[in-house]
Design a protein around this ligand. Sequence first.
Ligand SMILES: [Ca+2]
Ligand SMILES: [Ca+2]
Ligand SMILES: [Ca+2]
Length: 211
Amino acid sequence: MTAYTGPNTNFGGLTLAEVNDAYVSDNGGENYVFNSAMDDVGGTIEVLGDWDAIVYTRQESEVDVVTTGSGDDQINTGGKADVINAGDGDDIVRGGPGGDNIRGGRGADILILGEGTDVVNYIADPDVGVFGEGGDLEVGVADQIVDFNQHENDILRIDLQGDLGASVEYDAHTGEVIVTDGTGTSSVIANLDSNLHVDIDNLGDGVWTLM
Ligand SMILES: [Ca+2]
Ligand SMILES: [Ca+2]
Ligand SMILES: [Ca+2]
């Protein structure tokens, strides 16, 4: 555990009272540990670099925007419709209550949606194909998505960046979400619960939704 405390000029002038491993910055460029106990302070939180960050926000009344870097991060957001972008690395995201917008990025992420109508986003490489390094999809790497709940109208949105020959399937026996690109390369990209009645829609231009 790294001991780091300092005045927090970005979150209401409060002095940080708890210490995590997270070094967090807003766009001001200074690093902070984000205080898990802080209340009533929403904001834009950006973790710089490759820290394995642990970010807590417990606000029940504020919208949080949390972006983390290439480390294996843990992001825990409170109520309201939070926007979470976990980046590279094997991240764990707990969206909590509220309809969150979650992008796990590359790596084998665990995305725990919680209550609310949540949207999980995958965006493929825009230049070199569906499974290219500039996108969220990797052959042989799958996320675990917990609490994908049809009664809450949760949505998986998969943007295959215009690959009109690609397809998306859900295997009800295994819970696997499988993407096949236009060249026939196929991979499980996420695991949902099995035996869900998932509606898959091709919205055109390589954009698919499961809900
Ligand atoms: Ca990360
Ligand atoms: Ca990730
Ligand atoms: Ca949620």
